[in-house]
Design a protein around this ligand. Sequence first.
Ligand code: SF4
Length: 351
Amino acid sequence: MKKQTDIPRLRRDLLAWYDRSGRTLPWRIRPEDREKGALPDPYKVWLSEIMLQQTTVPHATPYWRKFLSEFPTIDDLARADQDKVLAMWAGLGYYARARNLHKCARVIASEFRGKFPQSEKELLKLPGIGPYTAATMAAICFDEPTNIVDGNVERVISRMFRVHTPLPNAKSELRNLAGTIADPGRPGDYGQALMDLGATICTPKSPKCEICPWSFECQAFRHQDQANYPVKVKKVRPVKYGAVFALINDNQILMRKRPEKGLLGGMFELPGSPWTAKSPDNPLEFAPATRNWEKCAGQVKHVFTHFELRLDVYRAQGDAKLNGIWAALDKLSDYAVPTLTKKAIMAALNE
Ligand code: SF4
């Protein structure tokens, strides 16, 4: 870092901007409300942080409201059936988060009498709480001066200091730089301010530098090469292929449950082939029964973090005598059905 970086001014200007222009979010206590004595609720903050991993605020907010209305306290969530939690999570993706959310609620209810531990170190020991969530909760809920670094913060810091190391290798360098600026006086507000700056001003495309409280120190702004940061290693996502089978009997469809562990663990899906680097030579060998299978037009595509999946969808009429889980098509929301499977069902029904 350059010696002349004016850290006190960076802290002061960012917090002043946050006090004026930070986002109002349903789980957040704004500085003016805090002054009146309002305190953040760790359960609500935790729920929001888990949902916001890999998900945008507008997409996660209705889920957050739905969860709170169904499970007003962490004890209510702990008592819930896992299938119900997964069904309510359907559409948010990354279902391991939902399973860990439920596991964590059970640990908090049984071992901590329904109250979250109050330090980053202790929070880190809980299921599904990683370094980012632990640091965020400790700062926001318990005023611990932690170093909160998410994707938004990485972008801001990489531009501020023109960090040339590509992500993900740059992570520790960015974390160290962020840590040197973090404000120990108002840790929660500072962390939220920096995340807001990344989410609303220092956006991936077209950052609004002219109204940014940090433009006076920002090196990328000075060089007018903001778009070059953060530097990233280009990833090529491999493609996998498979086939699924929609066996329909009146208003019902044959489903199966995936193994509890692994990708989409415990979720419901259509029976089908394994997902492999090339399309199965004889997909019908994976069909749940011998039928007159009709191949639907096009392929269902779905992008996971580490690969893209392309599925051929086959449909046929069945009869409910066949063993398996027959789900009513108008009650699919009672089941934990991932988006991928919803797309395949839509493809089968639209034929
Ligand atoms: S000046 Fe521009 S590039 Fe730099 S931190 Fe602010 S918004 Fe981001």
